[in-house]
Write a protein that binds this ligand. Structure first.
Ligand SMILES: [Fe+2]
Ligand SMILES: [Fe+2]
Length: 152
């Protein structure tokens, strides 16, 4: 993380929000920053009518359901592989009480809960759905967040 990244975070997040941001693993912090930078590009590229500051907050905080030490990099890779390519293995792991799969599948809701706890109700609504299957009624902020997340 560079000095500019640190400045960017303090420009866009309050002290309480930063606490949540820094509760994530460094890898997740970097991913969330990349997501915010991607959002900046999309928001600038003629997507009128989106609340840019709101979306940047959503991007920086969308994965706070994953705390430091919840998942190692290898655990994350394993959980993603299991759920994406071997869903039956993933489901078996979940039934066996695998925390990896639980966090992978539910971190969006967990992130939403944490944001609610600090009063970010509007952000919580979008963030809680960032891994839900797309629906035609999704607000454009959610669509943009998903797009930026995928590319980051
Ligand atoms: Fe996520
Ligand atoms: Fe993400």
């Amino acid at each position: 993380m560079t000095v500019d990244d640190a400045k960017y975070i303090s420009n866009h997040l309050s002290a309480t929000e930063q606490k949540l941001f820094f509760s994530m693993d460094v890898a997740d912090q970097c991913h969330s920053l990349r997501t915010a930078y991607a959002i900046e590009r999309y928001a600038i590229e003629g997507k009128a009518g989106v609340d840019r500051e709101f979306l940047i907050r959503c991007a920086l905080l969308h994965d706070v359901g994953r705390k430091k030490g919840d998942m190692s990099i290898s655990g994350k890779v394993l959980a993603v592989l299991a759920m994406e390519f071997f869903p039956m293995l993933g489901e078996w792991m979940e039934r066996r009480g695998s925390q990896l799969i639980y966090i992978y599948k539910h971190h969006a809701e967990l992130s939403g809960k944490k944001l609610q706890e600090i009063g970010l109700f509007r952000e919580a609504k979008i963030v809680a759905k960032h891994h839900s299957p797309p629906s035609p009624n999704d607000p454009k902020e959610l669509k943009l967040l998903r797009l930026a997340d995928e590319k980051s």
